[in-house]
Design a protein around this ligand. Structure first.
Ligand code: G3H
Length: 541
């Protein structure tokens, strides 16, 4: 069957959807969380369209699955005020709670979250088209990340140095939260990526305003009560709405201390510049990437193909860590492409809940047209679509397009496609690939495929000052989550491993006292009477 004929079978009617995955009615998300209260929004709502298209008696359209509130700047500022109040040492308890107590709150949340697994996984499929296995993995991985964060924090706490005495000065050094954090995540990992900033921020004692991703927003609904019931008032506030109205208004107040954002450079820059004193804002950012694979002539092709197929096309290439351009030595380009296309044929396109399906509809509006534009541009500059049916699209479906030979004149050479378009660049000298990486604005990761120790070592040394991670005979990826996740140049700011994130959302400060009679009496008095929340004997590391 030709690919375009197969595409006709991608639009199920309601009755074709298995009962377990069917949505019964719309998910009406009217509630938002401010200062420990779930408030109900009666104003304008935003429609949530699933990328999954339904065939309703011959009429095929994206299914509307629910609505979310379009809050205004007023609600956003209310949320910010609640977070500011909860952070204030004089009024809020959260920043000065013991590590053990904060862990207890997060554990309570985790246990409530686990009970919502099926609901959240189902929404991950409906909202962003994530295949069932990947959606389950995202949920489970997030739970493990929270557990690991708790364990890491206990470890840090155990190893803490309580007092330092140097040169006649006693220092009570303490790691403290940064303040009020705004956490925003991307549509492709709306749970995992968001929680890898949200949880470390909370557990370190920051208070948070959380705005869920634009797509992948309804799946926070099942967790709203868990958030409300697990944390003290104002510690976590959850809002919805247009970025400019809500986030923009909060930024302009200058009251945000941390901006934790996983998304595009443009999104991050547009928001950050609204802060009146951006240098005061600690930014923890995961941004654009264009990770290349470099396949040398002696590469083990079986390994290279397997890793490049999953690296470039798992979740339709919609991962910041996806391989977004493949540099293949020209002596093996033909055989590489032949094998790549054979492997591609085995990937199935379909509904996210169908067994074996890995290619699914795309949630971003206008994405298929954008990808088609990239393909046409490459064709105009001399590339061919190497696979039958490649690039064929329909509303939210885009069949992967493998482009060859790609060169610097084409948009896809530098633009981050974030979708199922695979550009393959032939090279004769490895220096061409080295120059590509060095000239790139991005520096998240790259992959090298070769068995030649000398050649690999040379490349490692060429790239160690360019990217955050070099993968040998393996695709690019974030995990394991205990490993550093970051990037160079315009790809990231800060590092987000389990342990690094705890440090990213905190700062070490101290009270330093000269060892003289006055101070001995003074500190003794403060400690004895517990006058200070900060200066206590049971402080954090
Ligand atoms: O989109 C960026 C994700 O953090 C990638 O994670 P992953 O490499 O595990 O798919």
């Amino acid at each position: 069957m030709k690919t375009h004929e197969k595409l006709n079978h991608l639009f199920p009617s309601e009755s074709d959807i298995p009962e377990t995955y069917r949505l019964h009615g719309l998910v009406e998300q009217k509630e938002y969380l401010i200062d420990g209260e779930l408030l109900t929004w009666e104003g304008e709502m935003s429609e949530v369209l699933s990328p999954i298209c339904i065939n309703d008696g011959g009429h095929i359209s994206q299914k509307c699955i629910g609505h979310t509130p379009l809050l205004t700047s007023q609600e956003a500022l209310h949320a910010l005020d609640a977070a500011v109040k909860a952070y204030d040492l004089g009024m809020g308890e959260w920043p000065t709670l013991s590590v053990g107590s904060r862990i207890h709150h997060v554990e309570k949340f985790l246990s409530a979250m686990r009970a919502k697994r099926q609901e959240v996984v189902n929404l991950l499929m409906w909202e962003i088209g994530k295949p069932l296995k990947d959606a389950e993995k995202e949920f489970d991985r997030t739970c493990v990340y929270i557990e690991d964060t708790i364990n890491q924090l206990k470890e840090l706490d155990r190893n803490s140095a309580r007092f330092d005495t140097e040169e006649g000065i006693v220092a009570q050094i303490r790691r403290v939260p940064l303040g009020v954090a705004l956490c925003m995540g991307p549509f492709n990992y709306p749970l995992n990526e968001t929680f890898t900033t949200l949880i470390p921020a909370l557990i370190m004692g920051n208070t948070v305003v959380f705005k869920p991703a634009k797509y992948g927003v309804l799946l926070i609904k099942p967790l709203l009560e868990a958030f409300r019931d697990s944390f003290p008032k104002g510690v976590i506030n959850i809002i919805y709405g247009r970025g400019r109205d809500t986030v923009g208004a909060m930024m302009e107040t200058g009251k945000l201390d941390v901006f934790a954002f996983i998304g595009t450079n443009k999104g991050a820059n547009d928001l950050k510049k609204l802060h009146p004193k951006p240098h005061r804002l600690r930014s923890i950012l995961g941004l654009d990437a264009k990770n290349p694979a470099i396949v040398l002539p002696d590469a083990d092709l079986e390994v290279a193909i397997q890793e490049c197929i999953t690296g470039s096309l798992s979740f339709n290439g919609q991962r910041c860590t996806a391989l977004k351009i493949l540099f293949v030595h020209d002596s093996i380009a033909d055989v590489f492409i032949e094998k790549y296309l054979q492997a591609l044929q085995k990937l199935q396109m379909g509904m996210p809940w169908e067994a074996g399906v890995s290619l699914t509809p795309l949630p971003e509006p206008g994405k298929t047209e954008y990808l088609n534009g990239l393909v046409q541009d490459a064709q105009q500059h001399g590339a061919k679509v190497m696979n039958e049916g490649g690039g064929l699209f329909n509303q939210t479906y885009f069949h992967p397009a493998v482009l060859y030979p790609v060169n610097a004149a084409m948009r896809v050479y530098r633009e981050e496609q974030f979708g199922p378009v695979v550009p393959i660049v032939p090279f004769s000298k490895v220096q061409e690939a080295i120059d590509y990486v060095r000239d790139s604005n991005y520096g998240q990761q790259l992959s090298i495929f070769s068995q030649d120790a000398e050649a690999v070592a040379h490349l490692i040394d060429s790239f160690a000052n360019q990217v955050g991670r070099i993968n040998l005979n393996a695709q690019c990826q974030r995990g394991p989550d205990t490993y550093p996740f970051n990037g160079r140049k315009d790809s990231a700011e800060g590092t987000l491993s389990v342990g690094d994130a705890l440090r990213a959302f905190s700062i070490r400060i101290m009270v330093a006292s000269k060892m003289n009679g006055t101070n001995k009496a003074l500190i003794g008095d403060i400690l004895q009477h517990r006058y200070s929340k900060f200066l206590t004997t049971d402080y954090l590391f």
